[in-house]
Structures are given as C-alpha cells and as structure tokens.
Design a protein around this ligand. Structure first.
Ligand code: FE2
Ligand code: FE2
Length: 447
C-alpha cells in the first residue's frame, strides 16, 4: 500500500530560514531585503519634494514638486506589492523608515536655498536610480521577473526625476563668488551625509558630518513663500478668497473656475500635513499624496481656463494656505484635514453639479467637463476623509469616533464663519442647508 503523504500547504516558514548557501545568487528573501531600503528612500523623497512646496515662491514649481512627490508614492506601491509577495518582513503597519535613511534625508532636505535643495534631491535620486539599474543587471530575469517588471515601471520616470533639478543647479551662484562657495560647500555636505549612511554599520548611528552653519529655507517653513503673480486676499475683510467681490468672475458661473484655480491653497496646506504628520500607515501617505496632486491639478485646470478667457492671475486675490506652528499642529492638522474632506469637499458638490449643467447651457463644454473630472476626484477625497479623518485625531492622542469628528468639524467651521450658536444647531441637522451656510452659491445664469 502506498505511503500517505502529508503536506502542510500553509507553512512557508522555510523560505525565511537561514541557508548554508553563500554564493552570488539571490534567494527570494534576499530580493525582498534589497527592495526595502528603496521603498523607504522613495518615501523620504516624496516627503522631501512635497515638504519643500511651501518653500518655493513659484506656482509652477510648486506643482512640479507635488507631481514628483506623487510619483515617488506610486513607486512605493509597486515596491510594496512585490515585497508583500516575497518572504521576509513586510513594510509594517506604520510608515517608519529605518532611522539612518530618515536622518540622512532630513539632513539633506534642510537646505539653505532652493538650488541647494535641488542638488540634494538630485543626489538622492541618482543614488536610488543607480541601485535600480544594478538590480536590472543582477536579478535573475526568469526567477525574479516580477521584481524586474516593477522596477521597469519605476524607471519610466527616471529621466523626468533626474532631469528636474538641472535648470536650478546648473547656474547656482554663477554671478556671486560667495554664493558659489556656499553652494559647493553644500554639495560636499550632501555627499558626505550619503557616504556616512553607506559606511555605517547596521544598528549604529552613522558618523554624520557637521552641517554648514546656515538657516534652512525648507521643508515646511513657518512662512510659506508665495508667488508674487498670485497676490493674497485680505482675510480681515473676507472669510475666504471666493467671497471677495473685487474678483472679476464674482457673481457669475465663471467664479466656479476661479474657485478651482484657488485650490493651490488646499494643496499647500496638505503639503504641511504630509510632511508634518509622522508614523501614520503607508496608505495614508499614498492617499494624501494623490489628494495633494489632485488639488494641484484642479488649480492648474482653473488657472489655465482663466488665462484662456484673457484674465491674469494678478487680477484676483488668492487664499493663503493653513500653516500650523509646532505648538498648534496637534490641533490644526486633524482639524484642517477633516474640515477639507468632510465640509468643503462634500459641500462643493452642490455648486459643481449645477455648474456642469450651466456651463453646457452657456456653450462652454470645457468648463463643464472640468467640473465633471473635479467631482470624480472629490468623491475620492471624501472617501479618504472617511478613512483617515478620525484616525488623525486618534493619532494625535485625541480619540473620537468618525461621526463625532464630522459634527465637531462642521460646528467649528460655522463658528469661524461668524454664525450664532442657534443658527448652527439648526443647520447642522440638514446637509444641503449646512452647505448653504458653509460656502457660497453662484449666479449660474450669468456667464
Ligand atoms: Fe479640488
Ligand atoms: Fe479635493
């Protein structure tokens, strides 16, 4: 009689056991171990680029930085999927990079000027890409094809990310010898930081070089650098930029497009949140990066349309971002995020939906379709808010349920807008009515 064979098909622990093999071939667990630092470096690069947005006084460059930060989080997704398929430890519940990688990237991020930030970013991206290229040359194209496929997808962005810094670094200090020396000193420092990390023994603190004695201009500066082409609204006069009657689109359906254009303010506030909130799950950062990039796109589609109509950005007054201080961030971050995703975004659906119809009736299909894409994105953001709003409060030690968060946030939004307690109690019960109080309606009949 044949012997009965018993196999435990759920036991894969042997894949993680040490092996006597000492050759150059990579076991699956070795590949996973090599991918882990790349995942964390992509994460730190996304924090670096998104965190530097408020440090740049240029609307277009702000958009480029968020786009790059978002691409880095897309790379994180590709790497995480593969790490998850392979044996060995996963990324973990919270996004906490190894101390050495975080420390090195933070040191390189704290650049005194934008050109110096750009050179540090370029240095890190070059190192990371070199690593990917080495993987492409050394991983087994049959056994490890799924890893190579992921890296191929990541490398699609290589030229864009590597080439980005060049216009900013090429002429750094060209007309000022002192500036040039300072720039050179910074590039040496960046190189020394990276070398210290590479030379360090796992588990020990790297022998970091002393940083040049100059003040950093980013990331997340206490004062956001703003683009002079986008003059700021006087918030002592109006609750928000959209209420300013001097705006050339005020009292017409075209004001919808100005509201879109002004979403750089939300994007920039999200940049503070992205960099400032640490230790949330990796999915939180992937969602916030997508959200921030979408707000940049909304701002771009708005400004593009305003310019097509013949307006200049200088004709409008623009809303500034919400900037927390170290003392207020525990409260400001969850409050801002929840009021964005639970008040502003759901309430904006009402005027956006009406705008879709109105713009078509006025013979403006582009503005109508813009609002359709906008709503599709906003629906996603409202979902992000439901997923992370309460968790953010929980994360900062202020535990509340999701339902409670929504009510608290709506209440404080209306208090800020100057409504009485009685009015607030009344409108909170009805969603459309609440939005009527929380935001403004447009004159859809006028184009
Ligand atoms: Fe938006
Ligand atoms: Fe949004």
């Amino acid at each position: 009689m044949a012997r009965k064979i018993e196999v435990d098909v759920t036991d894969y622990s042997f894949l993680e056991e040490d092996s006597a093999y000492k050759g150059s071939l990579l076991r699956p667990i070795d590949t996973a171990r090599l991918l882990q630092p790349c995942f964390w470096l992509e994460f730190e690069l996304s924090r670096m680029t998104i965190g530097w947005v408020p440090g740049v006084p240029d609307w277009d460059v702000k958009g480029e930085l968020v786009r790059m930060g978002y691409l880095h989080t897309e790379h994180m997704k590709l790497l995480r999927d593969r790490i998850h398929e392979l044996p060995g430890p996963d990324i973990g519940e919270h996004a906490s990079p190894p101390a050495g990688i975080r420390d090195a990237c933070q040191r390189i991020s704290c650049a005194p000027t934008f050109a110096e930030f750009a050179t540090g970013y370029h240095h890190l991206v070059s190192k990371l890409n070199r690593r990917y290229e080495e993987f492409m040359e050394s991983f087994d194209p049959v056994l490890d094809a799924p890893t190579l496929d992921r890296i191929r997808h990541i490398l699609v962005d290589r030229d864009r990310l590597l080439g980005w810094a060049v216009p900013f670094t090429m002429f750094a200090g060209i007309d000022d010898p002192e500036e040039r020396d300072a720039y050179r000193e910074w590039t040496r420092y960046v190189n020394d930081v990276w070398t210290a990390l590479e030379k360090s023994v796992p588990g020990s603190v790297p022998d970091w070089p002393a940083p040049p004695a100059r003040e950093p201009a980013g990331p997340i500066p206490l004062q956001a650098a703003h683009d002079p082409r986008y003059p700021l609204v006087d918030l002592t006069k109006y609750k928000s930029a959209m209420f300013d009657p001097q705006s050339p689109t005020y009292d017409s359906v075209k004001h919808m497009v100005f509201i879109n254009a002004s979403e750089m303010s939300a994007a920039e506030s999200l940049c503070y949140l992205y960099y400032g909130v640490q230790g949330m799950p990796a999915d939180f950062y992937m969602d916030v990066a997508r959200h921030t990039w979408d707000e940049i796109r909304h701002s771009q589609m708005g400004v593009r349309r305003l310019k097509q109509w013949g307006y200049r950005t200088e004709d409008f007054a623009w809303h500034p971002p919400t900037i927390p201080t170290p003392e207020t961030m525990q409260q400001v971050f969850p409050e801002f995020y929840s009021s964005l995703t639970m008040v502003m975004e759901p309430c904006s659906f009402i005027k956006k939906r009406k705008s879709i119809t109105a713009f078509m009736e006025h013979g403006d299909p582009l503005s109508s379709i813009q609002s359709e894409y906008d709503i599709a994105d906003e629906r996603l953001h409202v979902g992000f808010g439901q997923k992370w709003g309460a968790k953010l409060y929980e994360h900062t030690g202020d535990f509340v349920t999701a339902g409670k968060v929504a009510e608290t946030v709506k209440r404080s939004h209306l208090v800020k807008m100057g409504y009485t307690q009685e009015q607030i109690d009344q409108v909170l019960k009805s969603f459309p009515e609440f939005c009527g109080f929380a935001t403004m309606d447009l004159n859809y009949a006028k184009y």
